[in-house]
Structures are given as structure tokens and as C-alpha cells.
Design a protein around this ligand. Sequence first.
Ligand SMILES: Cc1cc2nc3c(=O)[nH]c(=O)nc-3n(C[C@H](O)[C@H](O)[C@H](O)COP(=O)(O)OP(=O)(O)OC[C@H]3O[C@@H](n4cnc5c(N)ncnc54)[C@H](O)[C@@H]3O)c2cc1C
Length: 411
Amino acid sequence: MAIDFEIPAEAKAIREKVRKFVQDECIPAEEKLIGGGGDYKTILGELRGKARAQGLWCPFIPKEWGGMGLGPLANALVQMETGESYLGALALNTQGPDDATMLTLLIHGTDFQKEKFLKPLLNGDKRICYSMTEKAAGADATGMQTRAVRDGDNWVLNGEKWFSSAASVADIAVVMAKTDPDAPRHQQFSTFIVELPNPGYQIVRDIKTMAIEGPLSHILGGGHAEVLIQDLVVPAENLLGGQGQGFNMGQHRLAYGRLRHGMHNIAMAQRALDMATKHVTERSTFGQPLSNRQGVQWMLADCASELYMARLMLLHIAYKAEHGMDLRQENSIAKVFLAHMVHKVVDTAIQLHGALGYSQDTPLARWYTSIRSQRLVDGPDEVHRWTVGRNVIKAYQQHGTTASAAGGDLI
Ligand SMILES: Cc1cc2nc3c(=O)[nH]c(=O)nc-3n(C[C@H](O)[C@H](O)[C@H](O)COP(=O)(O)OP(=O)(O)OC[C@H]3O[C@@H](n4cnc5c(N)ncnc54)[C@H](O)[C@@H]3O)c2cc1C
């Protein structure tokens, strides 16, 4: 099916509305928080009130659940705008890691679970984190060691987790554990909803990472926690999606999360390219503005090409999602590409800013150190490229050409 580049008028209108909200409300609110020392909860509360009053809330959640009910294309356009401000996604209650887990609860939760856990999340009253990775296993999560054993009406969990993002600001954790050691590999694990704080789910520390902490990092993100799970008692009614279904749901959750990072990357890369271009037009060396140098123009050109490809990839994936088409291959290709794209563009912007780029006087250094994680999270590069490569071979074996595994349905 060929791609249709036309963006429907209503999707354009909602993008404009979100753009205006982010520029007029979120960015000034950032200043109030960082420069003015304002109170985070008060400022975010006011911002969320304004967003909801304008109908800007939980973009991809269906209207009957209080969201905007946007389809994949309109949502992608909106997410690219929210990525312009630290407070953009939070203001619309579409921040990671919560957003993807809201979707999981919506699709797989029982009526009881939706009432008790999903509603407060959708209302912005609570936050949720996702605990799958362990020191023992990440890329191949089937190596998880945390065990869940049935005990009457409860399950009892023991083990450890690490890099549970936002766990220290979360009210609910979704925890994966092994329930059936003798089942086939991907059916051994189940997912549990855990209310926090909980004596069985102990946050050992927020792990220090290479990311430079901004003035708002801890309040906004809550860090990435190492967690000790010790005799954690979970009522059986909190088993999410059925026994042995942890993997199916986890993969579904990660699929959306992968794209969301990519959407925000476009906003960040665009800002970095704007900053670099402003800088080279204002700065002269050896008697000429930097922008006169062909070598510098090539650097800008490479960034523009990267951004252009990234936008097209996301639009194509959104288009396929709108039409219910299989997009797993494109999703993996784009996940890897978008992580490298933002890295290259921000790196070029640092280079062109000289020592200023290396300093913390611009946001570039902070962006650079935080986006490095994107080549690891939600499946490291190598695992996605492994899948993509196998699909290339499969396509050749089936069709005598690799086109279908390389965006061949575009034209
Ligand atoms: C900032 C950040 C936030 C995170 N947030 C969360 C979260 O909220 N919840 C959660 O559960 N987890 C989270 N994670 C964990 C993340 O999902 C894992 O780090 C990731 O899955 C990789 O697992 P690992 O670190 O154990 O690496 P490993 O599995 O040990 O792999 C190490 C490296 O080996 C290579 N490799 C692995 N497999 C293959 C292969 N088949 N072929 C070739 N090379 C391979 C890759 O280069 C990989 O980076 C987060 C991680 C980071 C850095």
C-alpha cells in the first residue's frame, strides 16, 4: 500500500493547539521552576489544569476513558511537540514510562484493575513504573530470576530488579516474575500490579548514571531504581493479563515506548540543529562567519538529512499503524535509527558550539549524556538489528527480493 503524505486537517489543528500550549505555557513554566524556584506540584498542577481545560489530555487514550482519542498519526505529531519542553508530556499526562503501561492496563486489565489502578493514572493522580530488567537479565529478559509463588489468595515474590525508571516517584509498580519454570520459555513469566510504597518492594537506590542531572531531573524523572523484592505479597486479583502472559504484554508495552522516544528525539534534534545554526551564523573565526565555511554547511546538511529521514520514518510507521498494517520491521529499524540520529545531531551541535557545547551553559551536554541510553533501552541496537537482518533474509527467501523488509511498500 502506498503512503499518503496528506495530514488530515484535524490532525494539523490539534498539532497547532499543542504547539501553542507547549510554547506559551510549558516553556515559561519550566523557567518558573528552574529560575524562579517555584513549587513543582503547584506549577505542574496549574499546567495540567490549563491543559485539561483546553482538552489536551492523554493524547492516545480513548475518549471514553478521558483521553483525546488520537490515532497513531495525530498522536505522533502531538508527541513531537511535547518533546520541546521537559514539562510538555507531563502536562498532558503522556510521560514515559507511565504512558505505555497505561495502554497495557487498558488493553489487558480486568474491570477491577481498570477501576482501581488505571483510573487514577488517567486522572493524573498517580504514577506507575515498570520493573522487568534485573542485573541477571535485560536484553534477553527470559533470564529473569525473580520468582512468584502462589500462596492461597496471594502471590509471593522474591528477587531483584534494576533500572526501574521512575520507581521512586511511582505509586504503582508493574513487576514481572517467573511463575511457571517448567512452561515454554516465553510462557514462564507473569506480570503483577504492586501498590507502592510496599515493604516487599524496597528501593535500594536511584542508580547514578552518566546522564548529567538537570535542575528538574529528580522531581520529573525519579531516576532509575535498584529494587530488592523480598516476600512481596501481591493479591491474586492483581495478576495482570493472566498467568504466563507477561511476555506478550511486555512486548506490546515496549512497542509503543520505542516510538515515543523517537518522537521526542525529533523535537530535541530540531532544537539542537536550530541552536547550531544560530551559533554558526553569529560566530566568526579567521575573519569569516562559521556559516560561510563549506565544511560547516556540510555538517548542517548531514543533520538536516538525518532529521528528514527520521520524520519520514515516523510518518510511515504512523501511516501503517493507522491502517492496521504490520509495522514490526519498520519499528525496529526506526527505533535504532532515531536513537543514532539524535545522538549525531546533538553531537554535531556540540562540535559547532566549541567549548561552549561541552559546557553546561547550554542544554546540549545534558541532552548528549541522557540520550546515550536510547541505544540500550527498549532493546539494545544489536538485538533490533538482529531481528531486522533475519527479516531481510526471510524476505529474500520468500520473495526473491528483500524489498518488503526494506520499506519496499512505500512506492
Ligand atoms: C536509562 C535506562 C532506563 C531503563 N528503564 C527501564 C525500566 O523502566 N524498566 C525496565 O525493566 N528496564 C529498564 N531499563 C533496562 C533496559 O531495558 C536494559 O538495559 C536493556 O534491555 C539491556 O539489557 P542489559 O542492560 O541487561 O544488557 P545485556 O542484556 O547484558 O546486553 C549487553 C549488551 O550486549 C549486546 N547484546 C545483547 N544481546 C545481543 C545479541 N543477541 N546479539 C548481539 N549483541 C547483543 C548489546 O550491545 C547489549 O547492550 C532501562 C535502562 C536504561 C539504561
